[in-house]
Every structure is written in C-alpha cells, then in structure tokens.
Write a protein that binds this ligand. Structure first.
Ligand SMILES: [Mg+2]
Length: 209
C-alpha cells in the first residue's frame, strides 16, 4: 500500500514566495505486513527572518518554541520531552525527502505545506504523490454524502447538515467527532499533524486499510 504522510509546517509567512518553513512534522503511516504503523518525525530549520511576517511568527509560537541551538542550522525536535539534536540543514532536508518519498501527503490545507516543503527541499525534489489530501475537504465530502442519504430517504436535511463555503476545518473536525487542538497544541507542527491524522481516521474509519 502507498504510505500516507500526515504533514504540517509552521512558517515565517503565509506566502511561500516570501517566507520559509521553520518547523516540519510528518507522521508516516506505512503498511509493512499490511499492518498500519505510524512513525512521528519533527524538525526545526533556522529560517531567514528578513522576510518574516511577525503575525505568522506569532501564530506558530516561533519566539517561544524555536529550539535550534545558536550554533546549529537545524535540529531534530521529535522527542517531545527529550533532547533537541542539532543537525545540518542538509541532514534535515535529506531526512524529510526520505520519509515523504512515494507518500500521499495529508493535512489541513496541505497545498500550503506542499508549497513550503518544495521551497525548503529545492526544485525537483518533491517525490511525494502529486495529489495531496485535505482533511477539511474529506470531511465535507463525507458530510455532503450523508446529507444526500438523508434526502434520498425523503427526509429534509437540517440546517446543521449544511456545509457552507469556505470550509471550516475546525467545524468539520468537530463534526467528525475530533476536537481540534487547543492553545499550546494548535499551530505546533506535530500537534497539527496528529490532528490531521485523527480527522482522516475518523472520516475513513479504516476503509483505506
Ligand atoms: Mg500548523
């Protein structure tokens, strides 16, 4: 089975032409022996702050959470209560390329992460599948399908069955039964990647396995 990669990045700007990803989390789900197995990864990379948007830095908690030691370009930050391991930028980009190779990216608005990852990893380096999966769109599709089933029974859907545009990832997440991450967890790359995984699992309920 094609591996799945739940991804999230925290960035210095909303526009990838201006900003950089400074934190990347990936949860890879592979299917060795047909058994799904999730492995979590998280890194931080020292960004160029010259073009940073202070608001974007604030959202991701850059000032409080940037943990790369002063002498290092990047670091492994995947041990939540453990050590931060200094790495070179090349080591981190190589590791990210390796874990994303051949995978389907899944995230909350993963086109955003795709743009920043391409910028981080360089031209031609994106070896993941070209069609990322957005958890909000996935949840909206399930909700629209269920509303259609209600209609087919001759019943009238409730106002709460409507799916207004633009999609709200948080509202749709709650609809699937997954409480979105709260303060301190939301807008951390690993927290958001776990959220994407949980919504994906709630929507697909094992049908992909
Ligand atoms: Mg995030």
């Amino acid at each position: 089975m094609t591996p799945l990669a739940f991804v999230d990045t925290e960035t210095t700007h909303l526009d990838a032409e201006l900003g950089d990803a400074w934190e990347v989390a990936v949860i890879v789900r592979d299917f060795d022996d047909n058994e799904p197995r999730d492995t979590e990864y998280a890194w931080q990379i020292r960004p160029n702050l010259a073009t940073a948007d202070p608001e974007a830095l604030k959202i991701g908690g850059y000032l409080e959470r940037f943990a790369v030691p002063v002498h290092a370009e990047a670091a492994w930050t995947g041990y939540e209560d453990g050590p931060v391991l200094p790495m070179t930028r090349n080591e981190v980009t190589g590791a990210i390329l390796n874990v994303l190779g051949g995978a389907v990216l899944i995230g909350s608005n993963p086109g955003f992460d795709d743009r920043f990852l391409r910028k981080l990893l360089g031209p031609g380096s994106a070896q993941w599948h070209y069609r990322p999966v957005d958890i909000a769109t996935l949840a909206a599709g399930r909700k629209l399908g269920m509303t259609e089933m209600v209609r087919r029974t001759g019943a009238k859907p409730l106002p709460s069955d409507e799916v207004p545009f633009p999609f709200s990832s948080r509202a749709l997440s709650r609809w699937t039964g997954v409480e979105p991450p709260g303060p301190g967890v939301a807008h951390t790359a690993l927290g958001d990647a776990r959220w994407a995984r949980d919504v994906f699992d709630a929507v697909t309920q094992g049908v992909t396995q």
